[in-house]
Design a protein around this ligand. Structure first.
Ligand code: HEM
Length: 238
């Protein structure tokens, strides 16, 4: 029996399968938008004594408006993260979602099997499930890194409340964590994510699945073989 999944026919007669619902696609666009704004308004504050920071702050309408834009988009980012996690928790409890991005012991085996393949010790890469270990690592990294940014950002936004509960050093520590995690997140996205979704030979010049929501059956079979077998057991017998 075939699992329930949305399938549509392409102009060339081949079929494609829904991989991301409209909600997930909108969420991805939201993350791009808020993250880019947070980077563009946050880093000029960190590197305030450079000429490009002065230019960037001017583009934002000055330091005060850059800070305001950063705070408002930071609150939107925070709301989005909590709404996303709440949605996952409710969906899982109601048995409407499976946690396909949660790492399992299979992912550890896949890491070694993939390395073996890259080093020529195996003739094929392992068969990956709906999300491979690299995609899971990125997702968990965004969620955990996002939580660090949100908690430290809120501490910087409301220092009076924090100081009433905790020693003042916590605010200084929050600033160190916020600014360094921002750099880490920026570099991971720039290097890892851009490589994975643009420059990797499997997807070059661009993996559009997260924007269109659909992946061709051929690609699904090749890149996420176990998911293909789950969705189309009869076709995967060969
Ligand atoms: C997730 C992406 C984010 C990035 C890349 C980012 C980046 C930065 C950077 C680089 C700074 C300057 C720190 C310094 O001066 O050394 C900063 C400051 C700050 N950020 Fe963020 N941030 C992010 C998220 C947030 C969030 C979610 C919030 C709030 C909920 C927030 C609130 C603040 C506040 C309040 C400051 C201090 C500057 C001010 O008072 O306006 N940030 N951020």
């Amino acid at each position: 029996m075939t699992a329930k999944v949305k399938i549509r026919q392409r102009q060339d007669g081949t079929f494609e399968v829904e991989r991301f619902t409209p909600l997930r696609r909108i969420e991805h666009l939201m993350v791009i938008l808020t993250f880019v704004i947070l980077v563009l308004t946050g880093f000029p504050q960190k590197f305030y004594d450079t000429s490009w920071a002065a230019w960037a702050l001017n583009m934002c309408g000055g330091l005060d408006s850059a800070r305001l834009i950063h705070r408002v988009s930071g609150l939107i980012f925070s709301f989005h993260l909590f709404a996303h996690l709440a949605g996952i928790a409710i969906g899982t409890l109601a048995h409407k979602l499976t946690l396909s991005l949660l790492p399992t012991t299979r992912d550890i085996r896949d890491v070694f099997a993939t390395l073996g393949y890259y080093l020529g010790k195996r003739s094929t890469a392992p068969a990956y499930p709906k999300f491979d270990y690299r995609q899971k690592f990125e997702y968990i990294g965004i969620v955990l890194g996002g939580l660090v940014m949100v908690f430290t950002g809120l501490m910087l936004l409301y220092p009076g409340i924090v100081a009433a509960i905790l020693p003042g050093q916590f605010i200084a520590a929050a600033k160190v964590a916020h600014t360094n995690e921002a750099m880490l997140a920026f570099l991971v996205l720039l290097i890892w994510h851009v490589y994975g979704s643009h420059f990797s030979p499997e997807v070059f010049p661009m993996d559009k699945t997260i924007f269109t929501g659909y992946i061709t059956k051929e690609e699904l079979k090749h890149r996420h073989t176990l998911e293909f077998a789950r969705l189309f057991p009869e076709e995967s017998l060969d």
